[in-house]
Design a protein around this ligand. Structure first.
Ligand SMILES: Nc1ncnc2c1ncn2[C@@H]1O[C@H](COP(=O)(O)OP(=O)(O)O)[C@@H](O)[C@H]1O
Ligand SMILES: [Mg+2]
Length: 318
């Protein structure tokens, strides 16, 4: 197959934990042609989506200079690829949204994963609100006054996070009596000008935030991200420690409920965040975790993903 990865600049990927890199390595191991480009390299010629892309040879290494060897960029229609993997990291900003419109036009011509329309329809922090019985009490508001009331209603500890946040950025734990409370509510809502997601604080977060990787709705692995001492966030980006874990009954119930909605929106490779048996985030833009699970469990986690993608690419052709 010929595979295009739409990614952040290769030089900026932190290879030790990067799932796109793991997928590139596995694709190449299977003799697929790996091509790379950034969202800014996408375009349209009439209604044909094109990319200024580079053929990329990938090696197992710790620096980008050693890991990637790229040919010169060349304009190439997306229909020349069997698979286009949209793996640009959030935020989902205007550039990201524009890119999904361009990628929509590739859909009749090649397999685009995850489905670009679904990437617009589902927001990583808001989509969980479709499953009230699976999530902690959650509201979305611009009102600092509503946040004050929610803090009282939820027993005096809540988390606020930006609607379009990622990697723990802008996530605050707020406890009753914290003298910064009003100021944090003003910051989180830009003094009432933007929405924030407020959620009951789950004390189990100190034990870890479980990332469950799903492919086509089936779990292929999980990793627990345990926050450092005196840190509310478990994200690996901010020093969370990756710890081996297994799925429990709560996790399986969440997967059963969420999988049909993911399928309906064409979201094939997805990362669920689960804290103490409660769903807190649906990661669809560029879910990660593959390399951490591989290192902890000494097995190839990219393989089942490539298997599923190859199956889908073949099914498209037949
Ligand atoms: N309801 C919650 N209770 C306790 N901790 C939370 C809660 N929501 C998020 N966190 C903490 O904040 C981190 C980031 O939150 P998350 O919702 O996954 O947003 P993102 O990863 O997109 O920044 C989590 O890893 C977890 O440690
Ligand atoms: Mg998260």
């Amino acid at each position: 197959m010929r595979v295009l990865f739409v990614v952040d600049p290769l030089a900026k990927l932190s290879l030790a934990g990067d799932t796109s890199y793991a997928l590139m390595l596995e694709a190449q191991r299977r003799d697929h042609e790996v091509w790379t480009c950034g969202v800014e390299d996408l375009g349209l010629e009439h209604d044909d989506p094109v990319a200024d892309a580079q053929l990329t040879v990938v090696s197992l290494a710790s620096t980008a200079a050693e890991a990637f060897s790229c040919e010169d960029r060349t304009p190439i229609p997306l229909e020349a690829f069997d698979l286009v993997l949209m793996r640009k990291d959030p935020p989902v900003d205007l550039t990201y949204l524009h890119a999904t419109w361009l990628l929509d036009l590739a859909k009749p011509k090649t397999l685009v994963v995850n489905d670009p329309s679904g990437l617009r329809e589902l927001n990583e922090h808001l989509a969980i609100l479709r499953f009230p019985e699976l999530i902690p009490p959650t509201i979305v508001t611009r009102s600092p006054r509503r946040l004050q009331a929610f803090l009282r209603e939820q027993g005096g500890a809540i988390i606020v996070k930006p609607v379009d946040g990622f990697g723990g950025l802008g996530v605050f734990l707020i406890r009753n009596g914290d003298p910064n409370t009003s100021s944090l509510f003003e910051t989180a809502t830009s003094a009432g000008r933007q929405w924030t997601v407020a959620q009951r604080y789950l004390p189990d977060a100190v034990r870890g935030d479980k990332r469950i990787l799903l492919v086509d709705g089936e779990p292929i692995g999980a990793v627990l991200r345990v926050p450092q001492d005196a840190e509310a966030r478990g994200n690996l980006h901010v020093g969370g420690r990756a710890v081996q874990t297994v799925l429990d009954d709560d996790d399986r119930a969440i997967i059963r409920a969420v999988a049909p909605v993911l399928a309906q929106h064409g979201q094939i490779l997805v990362g669920l965040d689960v804290i103490g048996g409660k769903l807190t985030e649906l990661n669809i833009t560029s879910p990660t975790g593959v390399r951490h699970i591989e290192q902890l469990e000494h097995r190839n986690v990219a393989a089942p993903i490539l298997d599923a993608l190859e199956r889908r690419a073949r099914a498209r052709l037949s």
